[in-house]
Write a protein that binds this ligand. Structure first.
Ligand SMILES: *Cc1c(COP(=O)(O)O)cnc(C)c1O
Length: 345
């Protein structure tokens, strides 16, 4: 037998591979270093077997109810998914045909070119910060991440809404890091016609391994995304954990966010004092330009810390903000490496 070929456009890209390696302190993926919310720890320690033997809810009704209260939007403006990756993929699939354009600023979430090519779309990157170019791309789908991964800056709400008004297709606003800073447009999206906001429980809520994401938009828009998504995407244990985190542990989440913001401010100062030039950040990571991203990531890794390299324009590493103890180590390493990283003496 000869091998069956996938759709021809799949020859254009490799499967997504973030390049994570085992390391003592992993600050490469922006997850919550303080662990899971206490209510979720109790759930995992208790007998939750009925959540495993039975199918979960078809479209996550309990989760939608908890999210609606959390976000201050109606339940019918919400769609859930197996991580926000799933919501993004389902939304793109629902509103495009192969050959359509997907525009996004670059650099941004590294899944974007993959998301386009997985769906047979033309990736259309524009320079970061150039909202005129983004609107001018006249794409079927326009994506904006705020605060932006990996650079950290947020786009003001007024600018996001102005962008949406100037485009014609679907506008996706990825707010994966809005728990840490920037202005959310969830309530605007619920009342708009073509805007989908995506959010995740993988970062501030500490549930990345359970895969829970959600989106907010006009009811007719999110119903189309849900149709494209299909049933049973959020597992039963994942849904219960997410509901518990949202209803019993918002205080825990907010306290951990406050710690991250304090550590972020301290790290920004310390890296600047070490001669480096980290970008201002509204998220739970810092984007630090370096001479060679690959060499810098290797040097950190050799000292037990995982950071994510980016490049070439610009060469930089993204360092997730960890606990105070983790950041003490990271900052000491950064001071030691400063010259090698390209810092001013
Ligand atoms: C981490 C991240 C996501 C999230 O993903 P999940 O699939 O919900 O884990 C989405 N967008 C951006 C920009 C991210 O950095």
């Amino acid at each position: 037998m000869t091998a069956l070929a996938p759709r021809p456009s799949y020859a254009r890209f490799e499967a997504y591979e973030p390049g994570r390696r085992p390391v003592r302190i992993d600050l490469s993926d922006n997850t919550n270093q303080a662990g899971v919310p206490p209510s979720v720890r109790r759930l995992l320690e208790g007998a939750a077997s009925s959540l495993v033997t039975r199918y979960p809810s078809v479209y996550g009704a309990d989760l939608k109810r908890a999210l609606a209260t959390f976000a201050g939007v109606p339940e019918d403006a919400i769609v859930t998914g197996c991580g926000s990756d799933d919501v993004l993929d389902s939304a793109v699939r629902a509103f495009t045909e192969p050959g359509d354009r997907l525009a996004y600023p670059w650099p941004t979430f590294s899944m974007l070119p993959h998301l386009a090519l997985m769906n047979g779309l033309e990736p259309a990157p524009v320079p970061l910060g150039d909202l005129d170019a983004l609107a001018g791309a006249r794409a079927r789908v326009t994506y904006l991440c705020t605060p932006n991964n990996p650079t950290g800056g947020a786009t003001p709400r007024a600018d996001v809404l102005a962008l949406a008004a100037r485009t014609e297709g679907l506008v996706i606003v990825d707010e994966a890091y809005v728990d840490y800073g920037g202005e959310s447009v969830v309530r605007d999206a619920a009342a708009a016609e073509r805007v989908l906001v995506t959010r995740t429980m993988s970062k501030a809520f500490g549930l990345a391994g359970l895969r829970v994401g959600w989106g907010v938009g006009a009811p007719s828009l999110v119903r189309a995304v849900e149709k494209s998504r299909g049933p049973y995407k959020v597992g039963g244990l994942a849904e219960r954990a997410a509901v518990l985190a949202l209803t019993e542990d918002l205080g825990w989440v907010r306290a951990r966010v406050a710690e991250v913001l304090a550590e972020r401010a301290r790290a920004l100062e310390a890296l600047r004092a070490a001669g480096l030039a980290p970008w201002a950040s509204d998220a739970n990571f810092l984007f630090v330009p370096v001479r060679s991203a690959k060499a810098a990531a290797e040097a950190f890794h050799a000292r037990g810390v995982g950071v994510r390299p980016f490049g070439p324009d610009p060469e930089a590493v993204r360092i997730s903000i960890g606990t105070r103890e983790q950041m003490d180590e990271v900052l000491a390493i950064a001071r030691d490496l400063s010259e090698e990283l390209g810092g001013r003496p």
